[in-house]
Design a protein around this ligand. Structure first.
Ligand code: AGP
Length: 613
């Protein structure tokens, strides 16, 4: 969603801000803007297009100045046009603001401000906030820092903001609630951003602003942090665990392709230190203190959105198989508004790559209020979900920049496998033999993923046959049913081809009517579980003329003869197949999207982390 960058210090602010905005492009946006603080004015440039267009426009004029803010906007209130792009100013342009989030009560505040004579120039909720700050500053005759704090007391909603003041070339004010904000700290300068990607090349010392905190950032002073209710806080400086290389494409044409190919390493990193090399015992430090509570849990409720929800579905199979704990997998957005039944003996497990998804965060807060133990599986260290949970396990996928989740999914499934195995073993629900065999197999998975990645060229050739179709169907059963859902989501989000995932047997209850010679059907038909039944489903598709792409187990001649195109993946335990069977589907979506000329890393209308509900 929206991206925020700010700088105050001794360097030229503009290049830092533009580069920072480019680093945040992956979050998804439709307009951009920048404000540079000069001695006697704020120099503001905005555009409805991309950061490149903003740069072309702003560079026509003088961009000098050592303080500034910049923004990429993902429209919520008001069209994505120049008028609604941030920064927004109060009437006399004394103040400007950039904002990520939603001010839910903006309408009420706006009406009150209109009565006081304020005139608005945009349709945004954000503009209302800067007018409110201006009004409080004027009425209460307090500092800008105090005005921002007081204004935020009147606001309902989520925000990460930075405010800049005309003529004040030394200070910025920032605040956050529900949307993340990181401050990079260096000698005589500060870098502020929605995440650490714009900061990493300048400093490794960062402060993650806490929930409901507001900060005065003066280039000559230490950070002055207060809560919105005016309690002083000591900022905690942490070292950034992020390399510049990990947020650059390197030799790859797209981040998505780079991230697909990183999976052997990211899975290995996720396993690292968690399997004892001698006795194959599992160690999950993040949940160690809560093992007994998990073992005794009556139920695990998994909450997540999108791809993470699909990983959660695989978690359901794993926990029920290995640990015999009933699992429910919920869309966080439905769960939070459904008055769900949550007991103290329930465990609520959130799965999220970004750790910032607004609905998942809200579902977790609700579960916490109702007394459940809340756990998380997240990728972004220090993000909001891990901060809220009682305990959790990080995936070590590394930064995922492409909007389409790839390595996040396979590492989430890896963590769920480890968790279910550990709890299952401690509960005595899985035999030592099976437990050890699966762990040994799990250790081989990174190599097997590398083997699947070698099929890239073959999958590209298959993609050439199908990139012009309008619909796709994905079928799978058991552990591979969530993979079918994930394959369909991946295709639609980056290629804009309509695709649906179905449990293969459900096809007869409706989707079979769609099948004709035009319809490609991806069937995951690996040689375990309901193999024979999937073969019957393939026959049903075949007899209706559908063109079948089979994801099959290496050496399986039976299915190979039935399908039109086949992609062979190495054999492994059924419980681990999703990690392997998902990879060809990622590559298929990627190549189809590239052939269609789509913007793979930043698909239209999508945001990497959905920080508004
Ligand atoms: C997946 O490709 C999507 N970009 C999307 O469904 C994503 O998984 C979802 O928004 C959840 O994000 P999270 O894992 O960061 O919570």
């Amino acid at each position: 969603m929206c991206g925020i960058v700010g700088y105050v210090g001794h360097r030229e602010a503009y290049p830092i801000i533009i580069k920072g905005l480019q680093r945040l492009e992956y979050r998804g946006y439709d307009s951009a803007g920048v404000a540079i603080g000069l001695d006697n004015k704020l120099k503001i440039t905005k555009t409805a297009g991309k950061v490149l267009e903003l740069d072309n426009k702003a560079s026509l004029n003088n961009t000098n100045g050592q303080i500034g803010i910049g923004h990429t906007r993902w429209a919520t209130h008001g069209e994505p046009n120049e008028r609604n792009a941030h920064p927004h100013t109060c009437e006399n342009e004394e103040l400007a603001i950039i904002h990520n989030g939603i001010i839910e009560n903006y309408d009420t505040i706006k009406k009150a401000l209109l009565d006081k004579g304020h005139v608005f120039n945009s349709d945004t909720d954000t503009e209302v906030l800067i007018h409110l700050i201006e009004e409080i500053k004027k009425q209460e005759k307090v500092s800008l820092f105090e005005s921002v704090r007081l204004a935020l007391n009147e606001v309902v909603g989520a925000y990460a903001i930075i405010v800049i003041e005309k003529g004040n070339t030394e200070e910025l004010i920032a605040a956050r609630k529900g949307s993340p904000l990181v401050i990079g700290v260096s000698e005589g300068e500060y870098f502020i951003a929605s995440d650490a990607t714009p900061i990493v090349e300048y400093t490794r010392d960062v402060v993650y602003l806490g929930e409901g905190e507001v900060v005065l950032i003066n280039k000559h002073q230490e950070l002055n942090v207060r809560t919105i209710s005016n309690i002083s806080k000591t900022p905690y400086i942490e070292e950034l665990e992020l390399s510049l290389e990990s947020i650059q494409k390197g030799a790859y044409p797209h981040f998505m392709l780079k991230e697909i190919h990183e999976q052997p390493k990211s899975i290995l990193d996720t396993l690292r230190g968690r399997i004892d090399p001698t006795n194959k015992e599992l160690k999950l430090g993040g949940i160690f203190d809560f093992e007994q509570t998990i073992i005794k849990a009556n139920r695990i409720i998994i909450v997540a959105c999108g791809t993470s929800w699909h990983a959660g579905l695989i978690g359901e199979y794993l926990f029920e198989d290995f640990a015999r704990i009933p699992v429910e997998v919920e869309y966080a957005s439905e769960f939070r508004y459904r008055n769900p039944i949550i007991n103290e003996s329930d465990i609520v497990l959130a799965i999220s790559q970004s750790g910032e998804t607004a609905d998942t965060l809200a579902a977790l807060k609700l579960a916490k209020e109702k007394g459940a133990l809340v756990l998380g599986i997240c990728n972004v260290v220090g993000s909001s979900i891990p901060r809220l949970t009682d305990a959790g396990i990080y995936t070590h996928a590394g930064p995922e920049i492409g909007v389409a989740s790839t390595k996040a999914f396979t590492t989430q499934v890896t963590v769920l496998t480890l968790m279910a195995l550990l709890i299952g073993r401690k509960k005595g629900k899985i035999s030592l033999t099976k437990y050890t065999e699966i762990i040994r197999e799990l250790e081989l998975i990174p190599k097997k993923v590398s083997q699947v990645l070698k099929l890239d060229e073959k999958i590209k050739l298959i993609s050439e046959e199908f990139h012009n179709v309008s619909n796709f169907l994905y079928l799978g059963r058991g552990y591979n049913f969530p993979v079918a859902l994930e394959g369909a989501l991946k295709l639609k989000e980056i290629s804009y081809i309509h695709a649906e995932g179905y449990p293969a047997a459900e096809m007869k209850h409706g989707p079979i009517a769609l099948i004709d010679e035009e319809m490609p059907i991806v069937v995951i038909a690996t040689k375990q579980g309901n193999y024979d039944k999937v073969i019957s489903n393939i026959q049903e598709v075949k007899s209706r003329g559908g063109r079948i792409i089979g994801i099959i187990t290496e050496g399986d001649t039976v299915v190979k003869e039935l399908v039109d195109y086949c992609i062979e993946i190495p054999s492994c335990f059924e419980e681990l197949t999703p990690i392997l069977s998902n990879i060809p589907l990622q590559l298929l979506s990627y190549h189809i999207a590239v052939l269609r000329g789509c913007n793979v890393d930043q698909p239209r209308n999508l945001a990497k982390s959905v920080t508004v509900e």
